[in-house]
Design a protein around this ligand. Sequence first.
Ligand code: 3NM
Ligand code: MG
Length: 517
Amino acid sequence: MMGKPEVDYGLYLVTDSTPAILGDRNLNEVVEESLKGGVTIVQLREKKGDTAELIEKAKALHEITKRYNVPLLINDRVDVALAVGCEGIHIGQDDMDLSTARKLLGPDKIIGVTASTIDEALKACEGGADYLGIGTVYATPTKTNTKEIIGAAGVREILGKIADAGHKTETVCIGGVNESNLQRIVFQCAAEKKSLDGVAIVSAIMAAYDPESASKKLLRLVKSPPAFQVDIRGKDSDIADAQSVVDLAPSVLQRVHETTPLSHNMTNIVVQNIAANVALAVGASPIMAGYGEEAPDLCKLGGALVINMGSVDPNGLMNYLKALKAYNLEGRPVVFDPVGAGATSLRREAVKTIMANGYLDIIKGNEGEIKTVFGSSQEQQRGVDSSSTLDASQKAKLVRELAAREKNVVVMTGKTDFVSDGVRTFAIDNGHEYLGMVTGTGCTLGTTISAAIASRKTDRLVAVIAAILHFEIAAEVAASRPEVRGPGSFVPAFLDELYLLRQATASKDLSWLGRAK
Ligand code: 3NM
Ligand code: MG
């Protein structure tokens, strides 16, 4: 009796020999290249062909996988697996039931089950599945008949529930996983008590120009934490009451003051000037650089990036994506300001594309923008009606849910601002109506936030709230100056007060914080 082999689910290759993916290449050769690249388990997935032909195919493939000491599983076909003597099978919800498959294969074969709901997952775990293939994470052209696109949040929910039920079943996720989203998916899927053991991939390997180097790269991404994975709640994660958060604000301003972090703004022409001036006033060093090719250098300077979608065009979008990738790889924070997100179909598409291509540390927008962002990921839209107006508790819930889903910090601006890291949610009542009467001021809040979060040491939520308080209290104080008679005279006074509040903080005069509410 050999017992069940130890299986590494890290990089799970699912084959596909349709012309769209395999092209005119040879399946065995492509799989062998990917094995050289480090694929840890292989599933032969053939939806067509006669049984005899399939057995021949599987036998030949098994000879190869055995040489690399990697298990081979057959999709759906218990009979083929038995004929070949390979390591197991993978079954979907419409295939042979788990207990029958187990009876036929015996206890030592690997049986994996596809699960897209909590019920399916729990049932498979209870039934003795060795692993679950959880998906479909993201919409994928490779499998268009998927039952449900569940997103990272759906995967996380399933992981949490099977952990709660005490199951140790291994898990991979599947659907749309590729080099640019792999680490983010794994990061965002991680549940408190259970994380993914690997990722299952078809096209990012099978359709790769060089399957060996694609696998190598993907394996490296699976085995290492993403650079952007900072503990966003940091050492102050216990801080949950508003006063303690306010009390920490001066340390955030002080750090910006002392370190002069780079604030790299990719923003629209209307806002360039005031954003740069606000950055200087709060103590940051602004660079207004919209060309993505510069980002790999700029991201190494210890600052943060602001992607402000104010005047998006296809060229700009490509630049955002290049910069986002560079900052994510370097582990430097990114603030996303989805200006006018829902206004046009082009903008809705741009939001989708940006969300699908990188990790956004902070998302900041008004009610409509945040609603659009919430409903715009490749995940399912969950009942956000972008035309209705939310009450305070609904707003708080929306920012909390979005932040929990994205594992980041979300700010919804308005008369009252709502800020959440998915666990802690705060409302801020500062600010002045003049902020809404001058073009670009909303955008410069993103710049102010970028300066505050550039330091990795800071609790992200605390830093964001500190930036908002600095910004909005400066606006209040400026508006109350006798010489300020409207939006025009407000702007220079606002810049002054941003600067003066920072200076006051540096010399330990914290009286301005008394206005925080
Ligand atoms: N099963 P790619 S999604 C085979 O959701 C398969 O169960 C899925 O292909 C499921 O990595 C899928 O190219 C295709 O997106 C995944
Ligand atoms: Mg199936």
